[in-house]
Each structure stands twice: as C-alpha cells, then as structure tokens.
Design a protein around this ligand. Structure first.
Ligand SMILES: *Cc1c(COP(=O)(O)O)cnc(C)c1O
Length: 482
C-alpha cells in the first residue's frame, strides 16, 4: 500500500469553491500575522475520494478491540461500552472552553468533583488530582510529591526502591524526578523479596514504587509487611494502580498502607489504552500529602465549584485541566456499573485469567504455577528445542485472528524467560476465550510438527515480519521524493 504522499499529484485539490466570491478577501485581515505560516507546507495533493479511500483502507487493515480479542497483558485493552463515548461527546462538554470564566462551566467542574469522590471511595485515598495525561505522567507527579514532602520536612531523601518486575515507567519516573533508583529483587514466587527489601530500606530512601497485583499478575501477599518496613524508616509507599481491574471493589490500596496511588483511567475505566492517547493518570494521596498536589484542584463551596491552589504544590504539570473526555467516560462507567458491578468486573477478570492459565498450563508451562489475578504468565520454553521462540508463537496467533499478547520482560530474567502474558479482561465471552485457547493449543502442536510455519508467521497480514529494530531506529516518518 502506498503512503498518502506517494499518491500526491501536483495541483490536485480536494475541494472546489467559486473563486470570485473570495476575490476581495485578504487573508492577512482574517488571520493574525504570527499565525501565518512563513513557508509553504509540503502536504499531499489529493482529491476527496483519494483521502476517503486511503484512510478507510487503513482502518480496515488495522486491528482493534472493535474487531477482535486483544489479550495484551499489562494493558487492559478491553472493549468498552460505546455509550460512554457518546456521553463524552455531548456538546456541553466538548464546547466548554478552559479559558472561560468558571461560572460558565460549573457542570464540567461538578463532574470532576463528583468523579474525585468516587475515586476516593474506590481507592481509599483522601484527595485526587485529575490532571496527569498518562500513567507515566501520574507517576512523575507522585514521585515529585514524595520528593517535595521530604524537602519540606528539612530532610531530603535521594533514593527510590523499585522492584525488578516493575513496569519500565517506574524506574524512569523516579530517575526523572532526580532519585537514584535502587532495585529490589523478586523471589521465586514472583513477589518482593522481603529480606532484600529490609536490607535496602534506609533513611535516605524516599520509599517504594509498587504495583499490586504486580507486573507479573500476582498479588503481593506480604503487603502489610512491606508497609511496615517502609513506613518504619519514615518512607512513603507509592502504588502504581495502572491496572486496577483485579482490585475494584475488593481491596483498596489506601487500606493497605499506600500514601500515593495513580490510576490509569485509560485502562480500567472505559477508555481504551493504546494508540497514543488521550489518557488520564489521576493521582490520589492521603491527607498528609494533599498540600503538595499539583495545582489547581477542584473544590466545592456552597454548591459553587471553583479552583484551589494547594499551599506547597509541586506546581502546574500541564496546560489547562486534564484530558476531560477520559474523565467523562470514567464517571459514566463507574455510575453505570455501580458498586456491585465494579466488583463483578474485577472478579470476572480474575476468573477469566485463571481459566486461560488452567486450560493452557499443559501446553505452555506457567512462569509461576499459582493463582493469578487479572492476567497470567505462560511460557514458550518447552518449544525451544524445536527452534521456536515465544515471538514465533505470538506472530502465529495473528493468523488465527488474534492480536498477539505481551511477550518478554527483558530486565526481569530468569523468571521472565520466554514469557507470554495474557490478560483476557472481563469484557470477553467464554466462547471468545475458548477460541483463543484452541488457537494456542493448535499452535503448540504446529510448533512440534511444523516449526517452519511458526518461524515464517504471520502469513495473513499485509506486512509479514517487520524488522522491529530498524523500524525503531530508522523510522520513516516523512516521504522523500526520489
Ligand atoms: C500501562 C502501565 C503504566 C504506564 O501507563 P501509560 O499511560 O502508558 O504511561 C505504568 N504502570 C503499569 C503497571 C502499567 O501497566
């Protein structure tokens, strides 16, 4: 398929209007000088039908949650009700201008305020900022708050503990906020090695960034012990709640001792993750950290919603308020699910993952043979003797019509060796999950009987095996005329 730039024909235009109607209009009278572009932009010159066909074709060869099952572990790429998109598109929301006087968008502020109350109840935290635009952005806000808290106490701390199984954004956020990252090991059960943590935690350590269930889909059963160790040395606990699917309505991070949490509304709360946004990595804190929250936050006084600027705020972390449409979808989803519905979603997501794990266990040895949360880790280790890598298994899944799952966690050997992480989510039916399981079983047989079939997969996609290293290092972002 050609790039739209390759379809460009000099002088071809996509619209026509009677020229004489615009004869006496001077562009400079309509558009301020600074907004006028100085040089001519190189845009593709194509007709309307060229544009429509180009993008419709692209959308047809794309794969998404609306076309099939997306078992991408650690991503919660679940199908979300379309009604929530519709609500986010209501004109009262989409036309609200962030520079307007706040008395003109009381409804939007009310929604933000009410959503915050719900998130507080779901997580057990005392106050939220809704501003961060992604999970990693929320993490950065969280660790900056930790830094400021210690600075304010007169005893700044310089280290941050992050488990080896953590999402890559955790060490990155800590480092960006100026902390020295210290890695705590996992044990053979896939959870934090308590003795190692004890030996690392000291009075120069701000705290720990932890995910529970952790990034290998397991519940940190020693969380009370971890809390004691970290709080015991005056440290803070940061909860990476990007994947809240397994906990909704069952466990609240605030009750297990966490001081700060971030949630990815664009995973669990009705906005699909992926595609580069928009997202919302909202951050909740306990009372002792409210004064450090980024400004402004929404408050309510005598039924009037306004903005509050916390006293020792880490400052502003973005323009305007937040990715508002994501908040509308989260609010609508929480209300339509209700308390029991949220709990049911979490339970079904856990049941589905354990169903996949138990059915595929005989074919793909699990990394940890124990009860999992909302996602499970299988491995393709037993097929190495046939020259098959886990990557080949994932590629072959595309031929069966499934999006390949998450594979490999390079910084987390040996447990992560040749791993496949499956997160079925609560949105999929038993029939769909069974189809996936059957495809995986068929592939395990192919791996033994016809390994070449896997090594050259996928066979059914427009692009077969892309050179991923080249694609990352030398991306073609611009069409150069030859
Ligand atoms: C997805 C994810 C993140 C990062 O979220 P982004 O919105 O992609 O920045 C952080 N931690 C965990 C555990 C995640 O799964």
């Amino acid at each position: 398929m050609k790039l739209i730039y390759e379809k460009s024909i000099k002088g071809r235009i996509g619209f026509s209007m009677p020229e004489d109607r615009f004869e006496d209009i001077n562009v400079k009278d309509c558009i301020p000088e600074y907004a006028l572009s100085k040089e001519k932009k190189e845009l593709p010159e194509v007709s309307e039908v060229d544009v429509v066909r180009h993008f419709t074709t692209l959308s047809k060869i794309n794969y998404g949650v609306d076309t099939g099952f997306y078992p991408l572990g650690s991503c919660t790429m679940k199908y979300n009700p379309k009604i929530n998109e519709k609500l986010a598109n209501l004109e009262g929301f989409t036309f609200a201008h962030p520079l307007a006087d706040i008395k003109h968008f009381q409804g939007s502020l009310e929604l933000m305020y009410e959503l915050e109350q719900l998130l507080k109840e779901i997580t057990g935290m005392d106050r939220f900022t809704l501003a961060p635009g992604a999970g990693a952005h929320g993490e950065l806000v969280g660790v900056l708050i930790m830094g400021k808290y210690f600075e304010d106490s007169g005893k700044p701390r310089h280290k941050m503990i992050v488990p080896d199984s953590a999402h890559g954004t955790n060490p990155a956020s800590s480092a960006m906020a100026g902390f020295k990252v210290v890695e705590v090991k996992s044990n053979e059960r896939g959870t934090v090695d308590i003795e190692h943590l004890k030996s690392l935690m000291d009075e120069d350590t701000a705290g720990i960034m932890l995910t529970n269930p952790n990034t290998v889909g397991l519940f940190e059963t020693d969380i009370t012990e971890i809390t004691k160790i970290v709080h015991g040395k005056g440290g803070l606990l940061y909860y990476d709640g990007a994947n809240l699917n397994a906990l909704l309505g069952i466990v609240r991070p605030g009750d297990t001792g966490f001081d700060i949490v971030h949630l990815n509304l664009h995973k669990t709360f009705s906005t699909p993750h992926g595609g580069g946004g928009p997202g919302a990595g909202v951050v909740g804190v306990k009372n002792h950290l409210i004064e450090f929250l980024p400004s402004p936050i929404v408050c309510k006084c005598d039924d009037f919603y306004s903005l509050e600027y916390p006293k020792k705020s880490i400052g502003r972390i973005r323009a305007f308020f937040c990715n508002f449409s994501v908040l509308v979808k989260a609010y609508a989803w929480i209300l339509s699910m209700g308390k029991d519905g949220l709990k049911e979603a979490a339970r079904v997501s856990i049941i589905n993952a354990n169903y996949v794990l138990s059915k595929l266990k005989p074919y793909y040895r699990p990394a940890y043979d124990r009860f999992c949360m909302h996602e499970c880790i299988l491995t393709g280790r037993d097929y190495k003797e046939y020259g098959i890598k886990t990557l080949d298994i994932a590629k072959r899944l595309m031929d069966y019509g499934f999006h390949p799952p998450t594979i490999y966690f390079p910084h987390f050997e040996p447990y992560a060796h040749e791993t496949i992480m499956v997160e079925p989510t609560e949105s999929e039916s038993k029939e769909t999950i069974d189809e996936f399981i059957n495809a995986m079983i068929k592939i395990s047989k192919e791996a033994i009987e016809n390994p070449e079939l896997l090594k050259s997969a996928p066979h059914s996609t427009p692009i077969r095996r892309a050179d991923e290293t080249k694609a990352t290092r030398e991306p073609i972002l611009k069409f150069e005329e030859k």
